[in-house]
Write a protein that binds this ligand. Sequence first.
Ligand code: 3H9
Length: 703
Amino acid sequence: MTDTVSYSLHDGVAVITIDSPPVNAVDQVLRAGLKKVLLELRGQSAVKAIVLGCAGKTFVAGADIKEFDTGIAEPGYHEVLRLIEDSAVPVVAAVHGTALGAGTEIALACHYRVAQESARFGLPELSLGIIPGAGGTQRLPRVVPLELALDMMLSGKPLPAGKAKDAGLVDAVLEGEIVPAAIAYARELVRRGAGPRRTREQAVKGAAQASELFAAKRAQVAKTMRNRLAPLALIDALQAAAELDFDAGLKVESTLSAQLEQATEAKALRHLFYAEREVRKIPGLPREIAARPVARVGIVGSGTMGGGIAMCCVNAGLPVTLVDATQQNLDRGLATIRKNYQRSVERGSLRPEQMEQRIALITPSLDFAALADADLIIEAVFENMALKKEIFAKLDAVAKPGAILGTNTSTLDIDAIAAVTQRAPDVIGLHFFSPANVMQLLEIVQASRTAPDVLVTAMELAKRIKKTGVVAKVCYGFIGNRMMDPYGREAERCLLEGATPAEVDGALEQWGMAMGILAVYDMAGVDIGHLTRLERAHLLPKDPSFYRPSALLNQRGWIGQKAGRGYYRYDGAERKRTPDPEVIAMLAEEAQRLNIPQRHPDAREIQERCLYAMINEGALLLEEGIALRASDIDVVYTAGYGFPRYRGGPMFYADTLGLKVVYDRIVEFQKTLDPQYWQAAPLLKKLALSGSSFAQWQAEQTR
Ligand code: 3H9
């Protein structure tokens, strides 16, 4: 075993190496190791310069996130970074891979920074609900202009080495292995007699114009990062950098950091960090099961979904055969793909030749036989069981042995689809979200006969096309859409009780949802949900108010944005959503006809009803084994449904409220609203009454 921190001498230059796989995250052992080595080097007169670099695939990728749960043990960050900065001989950070969070902060405490061209520097702490707490808020604006420092921390986006050099964060971008290049750089510093250049002794760049900058950023954050603590605290810390001396600024940073680390926002975001990594592990699946090779993908259907999925594949370099029933459909599908790429080219995120390369990887065809050499075929046609069965029977006839057949159904029974083939073990659900080339989530639906290696292949595919794959079992709507049903039902029921669409969506958006559910229906098409409900009408409650507003809109052809009106009107060139008095009158009339009392639920009631209905359904999914873990549900909702990350997902949010609070309110709704509909899930009841939580339950299940 190697030491986490070691050093070696190279003719007057000491090279400190951090070696803590997989990403050199900073924990107590690493800090103690650095401290020990720095103290040892202090007394060595032969050492004229120090290079600080890392082993493995990256420089330090941040603080070890687990330490925030236990508390940061001695020696602390400030003590160790101060030792680096106080060094009497120049210290050069040698950066490869990603210097993130504490990694960038360590580099900032060094006197000079050199980097490989592919290296990147970032401070993504806000994504964890905290601010840089190892001096980053005080040191970065002394190295790069204040506004850039603030933007880097607000966006969390890493800066590539070239841009970091232009900004003053990197002194030199060097070729070849970074440590030998940094040794040569350090020797040159010694030869020139360049001594330590301590960041803390520099002036903040742009402090004079700071007050307008802070006012503008506070206003921006209030709008774009609503309900959050960390972004405002970050601006406070940078204001301290601009107005106070270094040590006083550092104290402000420490106080704010300590408050943020223990806040629910940071706990929620840490929970998601772990949940997004846990989701890749499928319990009970032996590690030795290998994925099937996937070198070519076939896609059936070149509409919005099929086209988006094709883009995901070719973006990852996977060639695609795209099949549709008519030349007209194919032409339209390919034109949309080109238009989408064109937009990226105009934005500057894609080069024109990259666009052409990607489009060239798509082979359009009208013939199912063209799918014969595909290793994976994804069906992405209209949500209709008869059509899907017909397609799967055809695929069964043309696909090569061992090819995986995936369906992009969002609600249908995949076992029934698999049953029309002679290869049910090769069939799996691959539920992409629209627009598929943008949305992060991929629900991977394991049907009752899906083979384990098919499941592993689907997880690998998710990783390859940069999606978050979450495994679900078969039921109506799987995880995401099944939980949307009670959520949407409550929203529509509130409409019939006298809340307007703007009040319902406003309450949900104020709470933090990216978009209110009624606006989501308008965007997706009110007809889509309505038609799905018609297909399963025999399974739905006989309540005449059930999704009645959607049915009425559908009758009138007011099916959302594509019709120019739905729950709202979308007039003018901008198609901005505006309240529609006719819809409001229609709802009031219908409520009267159905004798629904006008309670006029307020924002809080709307939020509780919609969210608790969703959480209750989540508890049912856990009991039924549809979702493997409570945290998987949180990943589905934050990655695919616009649930605010800073609330951690629906199940984590329920835990933060206390399950007893949620349960008691559901019991109250049962008494005051609807005794049939409001039934607490047995698991929720059990956990609430025993003082437990979804997190505790999950830990017990995996023990
Ligand atoms: C911070 O620095 C605060 C400071 O201001 C100081 C305050 C006092 N900690 O993602 P991957 C694990 S805040 C612990 O699959 P990739 C990860 O769990 C921190 N563990 O690899 C996984 O473990 P497993 C700021 C970490 O190649 C394994 O490493 N830093 C950490 O796709 C591989 O990770 C960040 O926010 C960590 N910090 O991506 C950076 N990072 O295999 C967060 C990773 O057991 N990390 N692990 O599941 C990342 O963005 C990506 O991991 C990275 C590599 C880009 C580095």
